[in-house]
Design a protein around this ligand. Sequence first.
Ligand code: NCD
Length: 362
Amino acid sequence: MSAKFTNLIDLSDMPVKMWNEVVELGAKISDNPEEYAHACDGKILATLFYEPSTRTQMSFRTAMLRLGGTVIGFDNPENSSVSKGETIKDTTKIVSNYADIIAMRHPLEGAAKAAALTADCPIINAGDGGHLHPTQTLTDLLTLSKEKGRLNNLTVGLCGDLKNGRTVHSLCKALSCYPNNKFVLISTPELKLPSYVKDILTASGTAFEEVASLEEAIGKLDVLYMTRIQRERFSSEEEYESQKDVYRLDHAKMLKAKSDMCVLHPLPRVDEIAVEVDDDPRALYFKQAKYGMYVRMALIMTILKDKTAYPVTLLKGKAANDIVCTNPKCITHKETYLPKSFRGIGDTIECDYCDERILKKH
Ligand code: NCD
């Protein structure tokens, strides 16, 4: 099913050329934000946030305000008709007639894609459960291109909750499209990177190793991407407790790192980075959050300039309403009217909404 609009659901749907243009425009805006103060005069952004957020929501809102546009939306679905049982389809259908563009965050995987199937304006995925977070990745790409001067030839350490961290999944997929990047995946065995993301790295020829010790890995890294253990995505409190304090970046560990390594974190931080690290010039996470606003300005401008420039296919697979996705967090379980669709042939298929791999039973 082909979309009417340029939606940003998964960066991988878009040509790398488009990401590079957004990142370059983000860099120009960050050098001279006043020049863009009227770029979206008269336009309206709706932020539909079904899940808590500080940076993503506020940076989207300020991005539109700084472009001269206005903002509507909710950050607590309990205050909207969602609390009366309204479906994503109906909410986004209505809001897409009020607004020119929608940024949506939802706890279920594939939710933004579900909205894009029927909305009457472009949809930006601002995070769908533990799945993807493409605008955080654009933020990370702008930060790396400004601060490291390149998006290739980087040894990137990813540390923490690699299983549930949607920012990690999107970043791995994106950096695997630039030459000679290497990943050092630092996690406990329980929180390893999902196999579908590792397969993407392998298919692109991106080298990666899986290790358990941050201390041993830190010396070889150009970039250390720390992440929070995603408490809200664990099925029990005990499971979370067993994982929560395993990794902590502190001054002693920073002594072992290269003098030009940069430390990124999508934030919020819990206690995986000691506050003492904040004063280290290599700690760039607060600056990174500011780049997030500039890159979102660039993204909104790019999509609104020509709303139909990249109408990518949303459901790439075959319709199969008799197959049930095995991922309990997949949007298709809650929004049961959605046309089910799976990619692949033979015994292994992938859900078109959440990318879950399913082994077909005979
Ligand atoms: C991240 C997210 O929401 O996935 N934060 C963000 O967007 N800045 C990371 C997190 O919540 O841990």
